[in-house]
Design a protein around this ligand. Structure first.
Ligand SMILES: Cc1cc2nc3c(=O)[nH]c(=O)nc-3n(C[C@H](O)[C@H](O)[C@H](O)COP(=O)(O)OP(=O)(O)OC[C@H]3O[C@@H](n4cnc5c(N)ncnc54)[C@H](O)[C@@H]3O)c2cc1C
Length: 197
């Protein structure tokens, strides 16, 4: 639900290789809805009001790895600096953290160039591990490579049981992994507020 609106809402994502999009449109909604009904009847129920392709928003994505995030007074933040596949669900957090880091860097450095360099250094050190995992995990979750998906199903659970494995996975999924071995410090106030909930 949204603030001031009791209507429950949900997000629904359907992944396609870009090259299959036009074919999906040509095939029409009835065929697609049948496919969903076979895969997951409950999801099909939720799509009752969807009868036109145009009711779904199309979003494409790709990896953007920028070596330079600023030039003069122009600065990149969020997806413009480090777009990646939404596999890890961290794009919004990363964009918000960029904004905070940019604010802090501009307050700490009088010279714009020094501020923007400090901003890039801080944020690129954090997002690097997310770019790495997003790049290498996406084919395991979203591709036609079924052998890789089978290996994923077999290996992921034991990997999470290895010393340090579960902690690393949880930190990556919560946005708090820093480099290979580091953790991002959370403010005590935030941790207390979470514990209270
Ligand atoms: C299918 C999908 C699922 C995702 N799931 C998640 C998730 O579960 N969790 C998560 O954290 N992230 C998720 N993401 C990623 C997340 O949406 C992005 O990382 C995040 O929105 C980036 O924020 P941003 O402000 O950098 O860019 P955007 O949100 O893309 O904002 C850029 C804005 O600029 C506007 N714009 C573009 N060009 C111009 C112009 N010339 N003039 C004026 N305005 C312009 C655009 O309309 C847009 O509103 C997902 C992304 C996709 C595609």
């Amino acid at each position: 639900t949204r603030p001031g609106d009791a209507q429950p809402r949900l997000s629904f994502f359907w992944s396609l290789p870009r090259t299959q999009f036009e074919q999906w449109e040509r095939d029409g909604m009835a065929r697609w809805l049948d496919e969903i009904a076979a895969l997951w009847p409950d999801a099909h129920q939720r799509l009752q009001g969807v009868s036109e392709c145009a009711q779904l928003a199309r979003a494409g994505y790709r990896d953007a790895v920028m070596t330079r995030w600023h030039r003069g007074r122009l600065v990149l933040a969020g997806d413009s600096a480090h777009a990646m596949s939404p596999q890890l669900g961290q794009g919004v957090n990363m964009a918000l953290m960029d904004a905070l880091a940019l604010r802090d860097a501009l307050r700490a450095h009088a010279a714009t160039d020094a501020a923007l360099q400090a901003y890039q250094a801080q944020r690129s050190a954090h997002v690097a591990i997310y770019q790495f995992w997003s790049r290498w995990l996406t084919p395991l979750f979203q591709s036609e490579r079924d052998r890789l998906a089978q290996a994923r199903d077999v290996l992921f659970k034991p990997m999470g049981a290895l010393p340090g494995g579960r902690g690393h996975m949880l930190r990556v999924l919560s946005g708090t992994q820093h480099g290979w071995w580091g953790k991002l410090g959370l403010s005590p106030g935030f941790v207390e507020a979470m514990a209270a909930r």
